[in-house]
Ligand binder design. Structure first.
Ligand code: ADP
Ligand code: MG
Ligand code: ZN
Length: 606
């Protein structure tokens, strides 16, 4: 009953053609057939024809009178309206006209039967079948009701994704783990000889944009076995049972094609913990998940079907999905480190024209916390900027600028900022930079600018760590907070007034101080007590408090103490370096953007 896909379109066209023909016949051909055999005359003419004896037969109907003339072709039926005329019968009798016999009229009975019965019925059958077909297809099933719920899983073969492991940079551990699986699919005998079983399910977890989907595509490109790819959301349907049917179908196809790989992207769409929903949860999703669980148990490990899945919300996944025998291998795909970032930049730089002055290592240093997707975007923004400026190649400046675009948005060239505000902004930024430079645990200043950006920032101070920072000491955390306080402190010292310009600094400083108290165990009061848990480590650090309201109040006091101490320290540092503050602010006001070297040169000059 299964119909091959490509036949569908021509069939729809042929249906349309038939419908069009019927309409055309009705509009042009049949009426002309009719008019050849039927003519209308008025009642007076009819009467005079009767009187003249020119009529052979008459048939009187409820609303018309039909007759045939003696003097004209018998094929033509004449018609006239019925008038309340009691003498008509007498007249006809007198004129010797036959009027009892039914005259065959209009078109042939077969034709009229076909037109009034057969054609409409066929039309309705056709419309009905067309609609059901549309609906079943909408539900995922090509063809008819019997194949209801077929999966849309696409079969990828090596050439289709066009990705290989060389396209994925930095994720060496993940690649290694996946290579083992590819190797197993090629040389399963080697593994069977030792009795080693390859994991059935492999879960790629990590923040968005770190290359999980890309890795899966690379596996498809490398493994040279059939690769089924489907997104978790494609299982979730309007009707209960459809998702489960798809899972069933997907695994049936996969087992037929073994050895092969099945990739389920964004698996959290179906794999959510079953007790997390409100009011009994979501039936459809649960059924889909149950089907997935039983399918994963259903095939043997030596069937050579490996299931890859990706998610950035592993903590929401159902425990049953994670137990041994299902997704028992977990491959973290973390944000890239310094070397990883450089490698990713290099991979994406291959596709563009880079100038000789570009230093990807320096770019990697200025982008801690950037994901692979961010870095790909940075390269592309740089290329766009080069084109905009009419250059043939991308320069280092283009890429540096695009880093800032990604961090802070585009420059607002036409923004009009009053001179007195510009002055305050310059002191504010130099305040940050000076405090950072005068502390021993701060990262060096890389760039200071007072050019406004579309993100709403009026200026910023960029600090760049030299190496990779994995741990943060308490001293570093405190120095960071003090640096954030530096902007406001400069305004207070120089202008004896404060502005709204420190709002972002305040927010960030408070975030660090809160984490120090609630999560890092860096306060006297709470020692190493856990006060907060992070809900979703991969999607922003939103955390929830685990404490009584009394403790919560104490936490706030503790945070406030940290911030106040740091604020005072910033004021003290700037007070001791007031001359440099003036000198640097004046220089920045003039130049609008200065580099870390320029800054240090003025600071260390005697
Ligand atoms: P996710 O982890 O959210 O699935 P993707 O795999 O979709 O992320 O990555 C998005 C894009 O970011 C990729 O198409 C690629 O251009 C780029 N990218 C991410 N990680 C890397 C990486 N490790 N190496 C090279 N490019 C990467
Ligand atoms: Mg993805
Ligand atoms: Zn600031």
């Amino acid at each position: 009953m299964k119909e091959p896909e490509p036949e569908k379109k021509p069939r729809i066209y042929s249906y349309l053609l038939i419908a069009l023909l019927v309409v055309l016949l009705n509009a042009f051909i049949f009426p002309s057939l009719n008019s050849r055999s039927e003519k209308e005359v008025d009642y007076g003419t009819f009467l005079s024809l009767v009187d003249k004896g020119k009529i052979e037969e008459v048939e009187i109907q409820d609303n018309y009178i039909a007759f045939i003339r003696k003097d004209k072709s018998k094929d033509t039926t004449y018609k006239t309206g019925v008038v309340d005329d009691p003498k008509l019968v007498d007249r006809l009798h007198e004129a010797n006209v036959k009027f009892t016999k039914v005259i065959p009229k209009e078109n042939s009975p077969i034709m009229s039967f076909i037109l009034t019965w057969v054609v409409p019925i066929l039309l309705f059958i056709w419309i009905g079948s067309f609609l059901t077909k549309r609906m079943t297809r909408g539900m995922g099933g090509p063809g008819n009701a019997l194949s209801f719920g077929k999966s849309n899983a696409k079969i990828y073969v090596e050439a289709v994704t066009g990705k290989s492991f060389t396209d994925v940079a930095g994720q060496e551990e993940a690649k290694e783990a996946l290579l083992e699986i590819v190797d197993y699919l090629h040389n399963s005998d080697k593994y069977k000889a030792v009795g080693a079983k390859i994991p059935k399910g492999v879960l790629l977890v990590g923040p968005p944009g770190t290359g999980k989907t890309l890795l899966a595509k690379a596996v498809a490109g490398e493994s040279k076995v059939p690769f089924f790819s489907i997104s978790g959301s494609e299982f979730v349907e309007m009707f209960v049972g459809m998702g489960a049917a798809r899972v069933r179908d997907l695994f049936k196809q996969a087992q037929e094609k073994a050895p092969c790989i099945v990739f389920i992207d964004e698996i959290d769409a179906i794999g959510k913990s079953r007790n997390s929903g409100v009011m009994g949860g979501n039936d459809e999703r649960e059924q889909t998940l149950n089907q997935l669980l039983s399918e994963m148990d259903g095939f043997d490990a030596d069937k050579s079907v490996v299931i890859l899945a990706a998610t950035n919300r592993p903590e929401t996944l159902d425990k049953a999905l994670l137990r041994p025998g299902r997704f028992d291998r977990r491959i973290p795909v973390e944000l890239p480190d310094l070397l990883g970032r450089e490698a990713i930049l290099a991979v994406h730089a291959k596709n563009v024209k880079l100038g000789d002055d570009v230093n990807l290592h320096a770019i990697a240093q200025t982008t801690p916390g950037a994901s692979g997707a961010d870095l790909a975007n940075i390269i592309n923004e740089g290329a766009l900027r080069a084109v905009r400026l009419g250059h043939q190649q991308i320069s280092h400046n283009d890429i540096e600028e695009s880093v800032e675009v990604v961090i802070a948005g585009y420059q607002r060239k036409n923004a009009v900022i009053p001179m007195k505000d510009k002055l305050k902004i310059a002191y504010h930024e130099i305040g940050h930079a000076l405090v950072a430079a005068k502390q021993s645990h701060s990262a060096p200043v890389h760039k200071i600018t007072i050019i406004p950006r579309t993100s709403g920032s009026l200026g910023y101070t960029m600090q760049v760590e030299q190496g990779e920072q994995v741990l943060m000491t308490k001293e570093q955390a405190l120095d960071k907070i003090t640096t954030f306080m530096g902007g406001r402190a400069a305004e207070e010292i120089i202008f004896q007034s404060v502005t709204s310009g420190a709002s972002n600094d305040i927010e960030q400083a408070t975030k660090i101080a809160r984490s120090m108290v609630t999560r890092f165990g860096m306060s006297q009061e709470f020692d190493m007590m856990a006060l907060e848990t992070v809900n979703n480590p991969y999607l922003g650090e939103d955390a929830s408090l685990l404490v009584s309201s009394e403790t919560a109040a104490k936490i706030d006091t503790e945070i406030l103490t940290i911030i106040k101490t740091c604020h005072q320290k910033a004021i003290q540092i700037l007070g001791e370096n007031k001359d440099k503050l003036h000198e640097l602010a004046k220089y920045l006001l003039e130049k609008e953007t200065i580099t870390g070297e320029e800054f240090m040169a003025i600071l260390t000059k005697e």
